[in-house]
Write a protein that binds this ligand. Structure first.
Ligand SMILES: [Fe+2]
Ligand SMILES: [Fe+2]
Length: 368
């Protein structure tokens, strides 16, 4: 009797692998009778083809296939990533223990002995289809979980990229504000000069060679441009006085360090906080005779010690109404003399070793 396969009513698709058409048809008949769809194969090639063609639920595999090796087919099947989990029932000619052990090692899930009993076949196939469904369920859950994780990871990395971009934009704006503000200060103090340009580049140069990271050295370069921002509070007659200042005028002038600090401090921007530190400490001296806090040695912020060397060097090598510009060797000699008294000795050493870079900065940013 041949019952047609009806997919909608099928309890599952069973692949029967047997070299003998007669015993294959016998097994297929029983399976159809129990409501399964069946497919047939006789050797390794036809078995793998059938498994590739559609989702098989259980393989019923005769130990003696047409090519004589059911064990190898089972092993090959287990190694396959696509259908490696399909349950396999071995049909053996006898109940021999050694055959069962080999079958187990090859990855068989269950055994049937010929002649196959109809009820036993039905019970074992039913169990294995359930196992198959269970695995499919887990696999589907795993795939959907993986998709969700992938989606979320994608969203997260997109958000991280956006945040990174926003941070860069914010940093660029911060830097631009600092550069523009420093220009405003420079216009008032030193209309024709490029003191701020040179001094801040000397600072960046020293910072880069004092072991700071490139990002930090760049921050020091940008922030140091505001070292004299406090001068906006100094009256014109003192700020622009052609000639030396009186002691009283000097007192007023010296206030620019603390005033600059007050203009810049309290910001959430680390760059502005750095600028505030430099504004306050760029006139401190290593021996404690500087201003405004008379800090000594390493108590002076590192960036302030850097700025002080850069600032004095540029003042020495620039012409003023009341003095001519010193040559580079002369200015370096003065720094060297003040090594350890006016300035951090290590910073002086680093700076004096960068003559070529210093000359380049002086050429590119020469006074107009
Ligand atoms: Fe200053
Ligand atoms: Fe300065």
């Amino acid at each position: 009797m041949h019952t047609p396969d009806i997919a909608l009513e099928s309890k599952g698709i069973i692949l029967v692998v047997d070299p003998e058409a007669g015993s294959r048809e016998h097994l297929c008949g029983m399976l159809r009778h129990h409501g399964y769809e069946v497919r047939e194969a006789e050797d390794e090639a036809t078995t793998l083809n059938a498994l590739n063609d559609e989702p098989i639920d259980v393989v019923v595999l005769d130990l003696m296939t047409a090519d004589g090796n059911g064990i190898e087919i089972c092993e090959r099947l287990r190694d396959n990533i696509t259908f490696g989990r399909v349950p396999v029932v071995f049909v053996t000619a006898n109940d021999e223990k050694s055959q069962r052990i080999r079958g187990k090692e090859a990855g068989a899930d269950d055994f049937l002995t010929k002649p196959v009993d109809d009820l036993e076949l039905a019970a074992r196939i039913k169990n294995l289809v359930l196992v198959r469904r269970y695995y499919q369920h887990i696999e589907n859950d795993r795939i959907s979980l993986m998709r969700t994780v992938e989606e979320q990871t994608g969203l997260l990395s997109k958000a991280m990229i956006e945040i990174g971009r926003a941070k860069q934009t914010l940093r660029r704006f911060n830097e631009e504000i600092i550069v523009r503000l420093s220009k405003a200060v420079e216009f008032r103090d030193d209309e024709t000069g490029n003191h701020v340009q040179r001094m801040s580049r000397y600072c960046g140069l020293i910072a880069a060679h004092m072991g700071m990271s490139p990002e930090m050295a760049e921050a020091v370069r940008i922030a140091s441009a505001l070292h004299d921002v406090g001068k906006i509070s100094i009256p014109d007659e003192i700020l622009r006085k052609p000639g030396r200042l009186t002691p009283e005028e000097m007192v007023v002038m010296r206030r620019h360090a603390e005033k600059g600090y007050r203009v810049l401090t309290g910001s959430e921007s680390s760059l502005l906080e750095l600028a505030a530190t430099i504004a306050r400490s760029h006139h401190e001296r290593y021996d404690g005779t500087g201003y405004p806090q008379r800090l000594v040695g390493k108590d002076i912020p590192f960036e302030g010690r850097i700025a002080s060397v850069a600032d004095v060097f540029d003042a020495l090598t620039s012409a003023r109404v009341y003095k001519r510009a010193f040559s580079i060797p002369k200015a370096m000699e003065i720094l060297e003399k003040e090594r350890g008294s006016g300035f951090d000795p290590q910073i002086v050493d680093v700076f004096l070793n960068r003559t070529e870079e210093i000359k380049n900065i002086m050429i590119v940013y020469a006074d107009r």
